[in-house]
Design a protein around this ligand. Structure first.
Ligand code: AMP
Length: 194
């Protein structure tokens, strides 16, 4: 059966120091499964990545995992995903994840998560896609980043319309339905333009 939606989740390959991060990753996976959705993610079994994938599958959702061959061991590739791809490099992974997604969601994570989140944000401002992007601000984890983003707006390097390309919330019950609803948006130029 075709999933109701496909949500690409970026998150830490570690669990972080606060239980709220793991609990939220699990709740996100459960939400995807309970709503007959599909998770698209980096294919690993470590940290929040493994938690969100396991929770999705346990709740009856589909999981698409995409991992570069060279990282399969390091990130404990989860090859029991419903679809699992070993790809040649990071660029292929990110491109394929973006193509397979109707919307993007970033959970707490490290620099890998930040890179992926900022990349889909910049791709959206360039018109390569028009898919919703959400930042789940669990336990205030992204408060500092959002404060800095305000600095960039005041500093004249980022415009309000660019800020408006992302949705952020502390509540997954608020954010996830919003992203899925918005996923009916028109197409961008196409990710092959990248
Ligand atoms: P982290 O948030 O640093 O724990 O990393 C989360 C995921 O992002 C891991 O699967 C990393 O392989 C991935 N990652 C790390 N570096 C990059 C990068 N340059 N581009 C995209 N993903 C990355």
């Amino acid at each position: 059966m075709k999933p109701a939606f496909s949500l690409c989740v970026y998150c830490g390959s570690r669990t972080g120091n606060t239980d709220a991060f793991a609990q939220t990753a699990k709740a996100v996976g459960q939400w995807i499964g309970q709503h007959q959705g599909q998770l698209v993610y980096g294919g690993g079994n470590s940290g929040l990545m493994g938690i969100v994938a396991a929770a999705t599958q346990q709740a009856g959702g589909r999981v698409v995992g995409i991992i570069p061959r060279a990282l399969a061991e390091k990130e404990h590739a989860r090859d029991d995903c419903d679809e699992f791809y070993l790809v040649d490099n990071m660029h292929q992974r990110k491109h394929m994840m973006a193509e397979r997604a109707d919307a993007f969601l970033a959970l707490p994570g490290g620099i890998g998560t930040f890179e992926e989140f900022f990349e889909v944000w910049t791709w959206r401002q360039l018109g390569y896609h028009n898919k919703p992007i959400g930042l789940l601000n669990v336990d205030g984890y992204y408060d500092g980043l959002m404060a800095f983003m305000n600095t960039t707006v005041h500093g004249g390097f980022v415009y309000d319309w660019q800020m408006n390309l992302i949705q952020q919330s502390a509540s997954l019950e608020q954010l996830l339905p919003l992203l899925i609803q918005e996923a009916g948006l028109s197409e961008g130029a196409g990710l092959d333009a990248i």
